[in-house]
Design a protein around this ligand. Structure first.
Ligand code: SAH
Ligand code: SF4
Ligand code: F3S
Length: 465
């Protein structure tokens, strides 16, 4: 197929007609917003009578829900398509069917035309703001028409989705999407579009529904979740703190979290909420990216290391036990050794409970990709290793400080051994413990041992023994 054919907005050429799929599998990569989108696509397919493929069986429809944030993540989609085509050819040779392939998510948004041109086996390309139209696209694909939809009517998407059916103790709820910040390294403003906030009443309704179907904990999601704004039920202007206060009033909802925040969207009310709302968990993910003001400026972060540290102090003042988390990029173009050491310094100063760190990855179309001073891969590797070992030290220290404490653990799943459970502490640590419980229970546990990535707990009545 010619690349120019792929330009047709909602039809991108022809292929062999395929019988409508009866089973599906969604594979989500990237951030939690993609996980949420993956769940919503599954609900949409469920409404059409398409069932999840049984474990270990091939699905009639495979949705690759992709991430474009770094090169490695983006390239994964092509190797996955290759694998699916191979498996499909084998299945067809044995009289079975090849799966229908749909590419969703941020790579679909950024490289939809390229995917259609490079991968003729792909039937559907659907961007993160258009997947409510997946059913129509499936109909087209069944008739042998390839379909692309990368429009960005973000609010329309939510209106076009069925009611939530997700079951489980911990649920995601997207409240805000998109980004207007344009950090010079980042693709998100291009793949997710401008910042939008979902209306207050829709969010309260969706949260209630999630609680009715078993959620004890809701994590509010947004690329810049603390940029959420709306009007409450009385028509008063509300920020994320207002929304959190309203959700905290829902009976049966025990825990509220939110991620990811941007330092420049933080307000007093949200900081104060950590001292006022007992259901709001003592955890904050606030990326800083670098400890060097020169690098932060080149990244267009619009905050300094100092202003970031001052913000964290305010959180610690209202919630001294708060667990702090962040994101870091090493090897941003022209980052010097001394500037990298500023990043190590900020890590020591904050004493993170947890943090993500990445090697800078040049992304097509972003300003940083063409900046002078791109850093050699060996230097990036070495810096990443040093940063990660520093973060790991603080993480272990944070976990060790929990030993002896008693806290509530929300049971999320069974452990490896019979009678063993895995849950989360208020500080988002994974806690293993034994006993006679069920998923969704909130169990009082005393922390007995700490490792770098998880804790061992004893249930209180057994703990005294
Ligand atoms: N909106 C959030 C997170 C966006 S993406 C925020 O601004 O904090 C998640 C993380 O990926 C970012 O915080 C950043 O650390 C990392 N990231 C984004 N673009 C990157 C790139 N080009 N190379 C390496 N890491 C990147
Ligand atoms: Fe990307 Fe920056 Fe927006 Fe975060 S704030 S999504 S890093 S552009
Ligand atoms: Fe990746 Fe898109 Fe999320 S690029 S990190 S899936 S917003």
């Amino acid at each position: 197929m010619l690349a120019s054919e792929a330009h047709a907005a909602k039809g991108a050429g022809l292929m062999k007609p395929q019988s409508p799929p009866k089973t599906y599998r969604v594979k989500s990569f990237g951030c939690q917003m993609n996980v949420y989108d993956g769940e919503r696509m599954a609900e949409l397919l469920g409404e059409r009578g398409i069932q999840p493929a049984p474990e270990g069986e091939e699905a009639d429809l495979v949705i690759l829900n992709t991430c474009h944030i770094r090169e490695k993540a983006a390239e994964k989609v092509y190797s996955d398509i290759g694998r699916l085509v191979k498996a499909g050819n084998k299945a067809e040779a044995q009289g079975g069917r090849a799966p229908m392939i749909a590419v969703a998510g941020c790579v679909a948004q950024a490289e939809g035309e390229e995917i259609m041109a490079r991968a003729p086996a792909v039937s559907i390309v659907v961007g993160p703001q258009a997947y409510h139209r997946l059913p129509e696209m499936l109909d087209k694909a069944a008739q042998g028409e390839r379909a692309t939809d990368t429009d960005m009517p973000a609010i329309a998407k939510f209106d076009g989705l069925p009611a939530r059916r997700k079951r489980g103790p911990s649920a995601f709820l997207t409240v805000q999407e998109g980004c207007d910040k344009f950090c010079t390294y980042c693709v998100v403003p291009y793949t997710r579009g401008a910042e939008i906030s979902r209306p207050f009443s829709h969010l309260v309704t969706e949260a209630r529904k999630l609680v009715e179907t078993g959620a004890k904990e809701i994590t509010l999601l947004g690329q810049n979740v603390n940029a959420w704004s709306g009007e409450d039920e009385k028509g008063r202007a509300a920020g994320l703190a207002g929304l959190i206060h309203a959700l905290a009033a829902i009976d049966g909802l025990e825990r509220i979290r939110y991620t990811t925040s941007h330092p420049n969207d933080m307000d007093e009310a949200l900081i104060a909420a950590h001292g006022e709302v007992s259901k709001l968990m003592p955890y904050l993910h606030l990326p800083v990216q670098s400890g060097s003001d020169r690098v932060l400026k080149a990244m267009n972060r619009q905050h300094t290391a100092e202003s970031y540290l001052r913000l964290l102090e305010q959180f610690r003042a209202v919630r001294p036990d708060i667990a702090l988390s962040g994101d870091f990029i090493v090897g941003f173009p022209s980052e010097t050794e001394a500037e990298f050491e500023d990043t190590l310094r900020i890590v020591d100063e904050v004493r993170y409970a947890h943090a993500f760190s990445f090697k800078y990855s040049p992304r097509p179309g972003t300003p940083a990709a063409t900046m002078d001073g791109q850093i050699a891969p060996e230097i990036m590797d070495e810096r990443l290793q040093r940063l990660q070992s520093r973060i790991a030290q603080h993480q272990l220290a944070f976990n060790q400080a929990s030993v002896g404490k008693t806290c509530k653990v929300l049971v999320e799943r069974t452990g490896r051994n019979p009678g063993q459970w895995l849950g989360k502490s208020p500080w988002l640590q994974s806690v293993w413990f034994d006993g006679d419980y069920a998923i969704g229970d909130l169990v009082e546990v005393q922390i007995a041992e700490a490792g770098p990535n998880s804790l061992m707990g004893l249930v209180r009545e057994n703990a005294a023994a």
